[in-house]
Design a binder for this molecule. Structure first.
Ligand code: GLN
Length: 191
């Protein structure tokens, strides 16, 4: 199994490290030909405007869209979730538009722009998962094809799955808990 991690900008090194700990072959993706023969792709957190612009400049946007439409599993974390969404009202660059979610950027404001909280994510089992939120977005709306996987205590949706597409507002690559990446690998292997 070979998982690519988009390495345009942001926290790609940490995702690669988590995949290596899970003994999965991980490849930093910067150019379109590096998307060939991947079994899955991770779009990391970072700055969604910068990542989207670099994806366009390096001709990755159209190719990733096509691969996803042909069934390539993709995990988008934080900025990666913004890029997977089909509606982000305050993003100047067009997102990939692959998941039927409407996402709001920087939803927790500037004063409280980072926090950690224990999340209940039933698909990962009973043990709570530490959600690390850094200038994080939220999922404001989702259609019925989308399964919401995690919510904050106030009911705000922060993780979702639609078929082979998985998105979260937090940073699973910054914890030692590998269960979110394992769940994505399960999607890649067909679970
Ligand atoms: N605030 C960033 C954005 O809007 C996302 C932050 C992150 O990925 N940690 O792109």
């Amino acid at each position: 199994m070979r998982i690519g991690v988009l390495a345009a900008q942001g926290a790609f090194v940490e995702h690669i490290a988590r995949l290596c700990r899970l003994e999965v072959e991980a490849l930093a993706v910067r150019l379109p030909h590096e998307l060939a023969s991947l079994d899955g792709l991770i779009i990391p957190g970072g700055e969604s405007t910068a990542i989207s612009k670099l994806m366009l400049d390096y001709n990755l946007t159209g190719e990733i869209r096509n691969l996803a439409k042909n069934g390539l599993p993709i995990l988008g974390t934080c900025a990666g979730m913004i890029i997977l969404a089909n509606a982000t009202p305050d993003l100047e660059v067009e997102p990939l538009g692959l998941m039927n979610i409407m996402v709001r950027r920087n939803a927790f404001g500037r004063q409280i722009d980072s926090f950690e909280t224990e999340l209940s994510i039933p698909v990962l089992g009973k043990k709570p998962f530490t959600g690390i939120f850094i200038r994080a977005p939220i999922i404001e709306q989702a259609t019925s094809e989308v399964e919401i996987l995690a919510k904050l205590a106030d009911g705000t949706s922060v993780a979702a799955r639609q078929g082979k597409l998985l998105a979260c507002a937090f940073h699973p690559e910054l914890t030692d808990d590998l269960r979110f990446h394992q769940y994505f690998i399960g999607i890649v292997t067909g679970n």
